[in-house]
Ligand binder design. Structure first.
Ligand code: UDP
Ligand code: MG
Length: 160
């Protein structure tokens, strides 16, 4: 799948964050969004979305040989997800730290998974693992015109 580069003309690093169906069902949408908001990253895109199977398979294509892949696809398509694009210098690695380890029992307290989940197969949130995958995934999950071009009034108070 080619990167939809029209979406990400910004030179600033972007990451794809997704609240998985368990996070939506458990009423954790506001809690999870607020972690990224409070940290100081810029929200570029946001939607509630029922993921079709082929998109879930494309998103997780690197894992398709893994034994848990069919369960993972069932999980991600089992209800609506919240799709987000977040922007900022270092946002990819920082978001991974805010999210915590893949296995929530190993995730540090203070992280989203460490505070809010107990099982790898129900770990409430996704975050891109590299800037290139951030671009790839934002291109997969968002269409042209779905990202907002805006500047936050907070920026001068966050970045010197
Ligand atoms: N996953 C799973 N069982 C495993 C490993 C992963 O169900 O043994 C699921 C889990 O939802 C995880 C996702 O597959 O978040 C993607 O796996 P990855 O290793 O990329 O972890 P992540 O980047 O989400 O921390
Ligand atoms: Mg991953």
């Amino acid at each position: 799948q080619k990167c939809a580069c029209f979406l990400v003309a910004s030179e600033v690093e972007q990451t794809y964050i997704m609240i998985k169906p368990d996070g939506v069902q458990r009423g954790l949408v506001g809690e999870i969004i607020s972690r990224f908001e409070k940290k100081g990253f810029l929200l570029k895109g946001l939607k509630l979305f029922q993921c079709p199977k082929d998109l879930a398979q494309e998103h997780y294509k690197d894992l398709k040989e893994r034994p848990f892949f069919p369960n993972l696809i069932d999980y991600i398509t089992s209800g609506p997800v919240v799709c987000m694009a977040w922007e900022g210098d270092g946002v990819v690695a920082s978001a991974r730290k805010l999210i915590g380890a893949t296995n929530p029992l190993q995730a540090e307290p203070g992280t989203i998974r460490g505070d809010l989940a107990v099982q790898t197969g129900r770990n409430v949130v996704h975050g891109s693992d590299s800037p290139d995958n951030g671009k790839r995934e934002i291109g997969l999950w968002f269409k042209e015109g779905e990202l907002a071009q805006w500047e936050s009034v907070q920026t001068p108070w966050l970045i010197e």
